[in-house]
Structure formats: C-alpha cells, structure tokens
Write a protein that binds this ligand. Structure first.
Ligand SMILES: *Cc1c(COP(=O)(O)O)cnc(C)c1O
Length: 369
C-alpha cells in the first residue's frame, strides 16, 4: 500500500478553486451593481435552470426545504391529507409534509435505495393527495411506475431533487415528471451555492405564479398581499455564483461519474456492497453510498486510516424523535432501518485526485469485514 494520506468526505474549497476566477468575477459584479435581491441574476438563473431541467418555469427560493414546503402548500395539501413519502430519505422531505399539517405515509425503498414503486399502491388511501418521490444519492427513483400510479389515482406528484441535479430517467430530467420539482442548492449538493438556496421547477404557470408570490410575502405588487406568504428569496450573489456552477455542472457531474467508475471497477472487497445501477437511469453520485454488515466497524477502520465518511442517514425519519407522535416503532419499516445500519457514504468530491481515489480503494480492499 502507498503512503498514508488524509481524505475528507468532501472538499468544497476545491470546487471553488476549479473556477475561482469566474466565481470572483460574478460575486464582484453583484456587489458593485448595488442590487442584492430579486434582480437580474436571479431572473437569469431561473431561466437557465429551467432550461437545463427542461421545465417551463423555475422559481428561486431560500432553501431546498422551502422548495418542498411551498411545493406541498401550493398544491393545497394540508390537515387531514396524506402524502406518500419514502421511508429512506432525509428528514427535510418529511418536514415539508408535516409543516403543512399533512400526514406522511412511508413506503419502503427498493434495492437502489429509493421508494419502491411496487409498494406505492398499497399505501394509497382515500386521504392520499400526493406522492413525494425522492431521487436519493443522485439516482432517479423508478419514475415510469411512480408517475403512472400518480396518474391512475389522480394524485399530485412532487419530486425531491435535492440530490439529483442532472439525473434523469428514460432521458427525462428528474424534476419534470410531476407537478413540481424541488431543488436544494445547499453547498454540498452537486449544484451547490456558497450559502443556502433552492428552487422549484414546474410547467404549470399557476403554480409558478403562486410560488413567486409566496416567496415574497404573498405579493406580486409591493404591499398588495394576495396570499399569506413567507420570506424565501434566493439572493443575487448566490444566483450569480450558481449561474457559474450551472454552466459547468455537466463537467462536474462527469467528474463525479469518473470517480465512481474507479470505485466501482476497483473496489473488490466482498464485504462491500457497491451502489447498484437502475435501468433507464444515470447516476450523478451526489453520494457514493456503499453497504456493509459491520458498518460501524468499517467506518472506524477507515477513520484509523484518516479516511472520513458519513452516514446518510443513521436514523430513518419514522424513528426520529420529533416524529414520535406519528406512532411508528422500530420494525415498522425494516428495509429503511436495515439501510440505516448498513449504509456509508464514501469520499466523493470534485477535484479529488487520482492518488486520493486510489488510497481509498486500497484501504477499502485491505479491510477484513
Ligand atoms: C439537502 C436536502 C434537502 C434540504 O435542502 P436544504 O437546502 O438543506 O433545505 C431536502 N431533501 C433532501 C433529500 C436533501 O438531501
């Protein structure tokens, strides 16, 4: 084995350094313009991101959680309504439902970690209003089946695309299968800002107009408040920086794919389950998530060798302390619970060097599970 190295899970600074001049130019352009909110940079980003995704409209917001929460709200979903969500997801997906007073109904994941399309129909009741699919880790859920089910039962369909900027299914971009696609631009996401931000995309002009109003206190004309809105604006500096990153997103995703390819081809340790591909889908490797029986042991072993990893996610939402009132118990969603015990996200970031990748591969292959 080669020399000892120190590997982080993600190195955001390297992403910045890849296009440093462009970022600095964009930030300075905004600082010098004297216009900091709801201006030309946001408008341009919304146009460019809508085009990238293949949607008619994009509305920039303050975070991915806001995109999800306002997405659920704009569809009129609230108290007494049920929304089908995956049991294997980040808590934000579920918060968007409960924040609106609606009830999350969990569906177990398939072998690719996303909502198992074959288990969705069994979760539908006469209170079900929507399906909120998530494209976890950077790979689309089975959207052919999920959108067919949403049509068959006249359910609204939302997508949590916080981890899937540029991921598609059957050649169609995630975020465009249902009524609303919800994106986060949190710094670690594939399309990450240098602070908080998010957006929704939609083809429906009424939805776009409503979210447009909601994000700015419920008004389109200043001081004329048509609806009870919130403050959820994507600022001009973040918009300008995101435009730079968006212009390089395909390269950035391709680089992550290349890193994943090295892992997939060279990690041969039988104790490690590599991320399975889904038919008809690409993968943008927001996270490179492996599974192994003695996950905590493997993580500690990697740490001894200075390789940082993390767990996405250690506690499935139905067992989160804040959701005790939903009345779920250990054993209710055994697949999500098993994944929570077995998954581990390996180092994956733009600017990762060949030596760093090789070091992770060598140390992983030398592990005795
Ligand atoms: C990051 C993330 C969110 C929330 O996005 P924020 O911008 O942090 O609010 C929602 N869902 C998933 C799956 C995420 O990974």
């Amino acid at each position: 084995m080669g020399k000892k190295m120190k590997i982080s899970l993600a190195v955001l600074r390297r992403q910045f350094e890849l296009y440093q001049d462009e970022y600095e130019e964009a930030a300075l352009r905004v600082l010098r313009s004297g216009w900091y909110l709801l201006g030309p940079e946001l408008e341009a980003l919304e146009k460019e991101f809508a085009q990238f995704v293949g949607a008619k409209y994009c509305v920039g917001l303050n975070s991915g959680l806001d995109a999800l929460t306002l997405g659920v709200r704009v569809l009129g979903i609230g108290r007494g309504d049920e929304v089908i969500v995956p049991s294997n997801t980040y808590i934000a997906t579920v918060l968007a439902v409960t924040e609106n007073g609606a009830t999350p109904v969990f569906v177990e994941p398939d072998a690719c970690y996303n909502m198992d399309a074959d288990k969705v129909e069994a979760a539908i009741t006469d209170r079900t209003k929507a399906i909120l699919a998530v494209h976890l880790y950077g790979q689309s859920a089975n959207m052919a089946k999920i959108s067919a089910i949403s049509k068959k039962y006249h359910l609204r369909l939302l997508e949590d695309c916080a981890q899937s900027h540029g991921a598609y299914y059957d050649g169609k971009m995630t975020g465009t299968f249902g009524d609303i696609g919800c994106f986060s631009f949190y710094p670690t996401k594939n399309l990450g800002a240098f602070g908080d931000s998010g957006a929704i995309v939609t083809d429906d002009p009424k939805i776009a107009r409503m979210v447009h109003m909601m994000r700015n206190y419920g008004s389109e004309v200043k001081y004329h408040n048509e609806i009870e809105g919130v403050n959820s604006r994507l600022d001009e500096i973040q918009a300008a920086l995101l435009r730079v990153k968006l212009s390089h997103l395909q390269e950035l995703n391709a680089e992550r794919n290349w890193i994943a390819k090295q892992y997939l081809e060279s990690i041969t340790n039988p104790a490690i389950i590599l991320p399975p591909p889904r038919e008809h889908a690409n993968h943008i490797y927001h996270q490179f998530v492996i599974r192994t029986k003695n996950r905590d042991g493997f993580q500690a072993y990697l740490k001894e060798h200075d390789i940082a990893t993390t767990i996405h996610y250690p506690i499935p939402p139905h067992l989160a302390e804040c959701y005790r009132y939903l009345g779920h118990h250990e054993g209710d969603f055994p697949i999500a619970e098993q994944y929570a015990h077995e998954v581990l996200s390996m180092p994956m970031y733009n600017g990762m060097t060949k030596d760093e990748i090789q070091y992770v591969i060598d140390i992983t292959n030398a592990y005795h599970g």
